[in-house]
Design a protein around this ligand. Sequence first.
Ligand SMILES: NC(=O)c1ccc[n+]([C@@H]2O[C@H](COP(=O)([O-])OP(=O)(O)OC[C@H]3O[C@@H](n4cnc5c(N)ncnc54)[C@H](O)[C@@H]3O)[C@@H](O)[C@H]2O)c1
Length: 274
Amino acid sequence: MKQNKQLLDLKNTSSLVTGAAQGFGFAIARRLAEAGSNVVVADIKLENAQKSAKRISEEFAVVVDSCELDVADESQVIKIFSRYPNIDFLINNAGVFSNYTVTNLSSEEFDRIIRVNVRGVFLCSREFAKTKESNGNGNGKVIVNIASVDALNPSCVGQVHYTSSKHAVAGLTKGLSVELAPKGMRVCAVCPGAALTEGAIELVQSGSPDGIDIAEQWAGIAKQTPMGRLISPDDVALAVLFLVSPMGASITGILLPVDGGITSQPYEGYLESK
Ligand SMILES: NC(=O)c1ccc[n+]([C@@H]2O[C@H](COP(=O)([O-])OP(=O)(O)OC[C@H]3O[C@@H](n4cnc5c(N)ncnc54)[C@H](O)[C@@H]3O)[C@@H](O)[C@H]2O)c1
């Protein structure tokens, strides 16, 4: 039986994290590297990916590589997974978001969100699974999708496109887990609540083109959260670390909320104390 400290030892493994130049992706790549996994920092913004990879490699004695990858571009995805055929852990983190109420939501914006958040997860998972098939070695390989609490219920108004995309990530997670389990592979999703990552800060600071007061919306989310705070990138990274590690060995097909309790709210008034 493995000792506790061995359970978090990821030496001799490799991980690829999409959208890892900043935000959750960076925090995830950093924690995986700390556990001893060699890491590929993949991002649509190469220069940012290179800078983030450098920061991680200065901190931990693992191999840290970086690459340019648009997860929704099929030829790029195929190329990257043939360049890195020995990845053990794929973290599908890259994602985009915006705020528009449905009557102001253009079909172009709807497609943009679906393209990255859904097609991107599909393409990377498919190519990852293919490399395991051709290696004949799926055992112990893990995919973790960074979904959202929006994979369970809408978090706020202005999110029809985003909520749809994250519900689809929930479907991908469950469907992939069923198909890949016989090959020894596990597929899970982490469902974070709101976190002030670089991307989220940009959204809050830019204000919604649709006139939604996003700053007020996010302050409201923190207030409504039973733990009384937003989520941090490291909260998400620790959940990913748990799921890919041998501690998660029997866990597949799950949607794990990391949300300070916001999805466990009683219906309004239901539990009001008298
Ligand atoms: N921040 C939140 O409150 C929150 C909550 C729940 C879920 N999420 C999800 O977590 C993930 C990360 O979000 P974040 O807040 O860290 O965002 P972020 O904007 O801070 O970082 C996202 C990174 O992904 C990269 N990226 C964007 N499009 C890409 C593409 N097509 N291919 C590859 N890389 C791409 C960006 O360059 C950026 O480096 C997303 O899937 C998001 O939907 C975020």
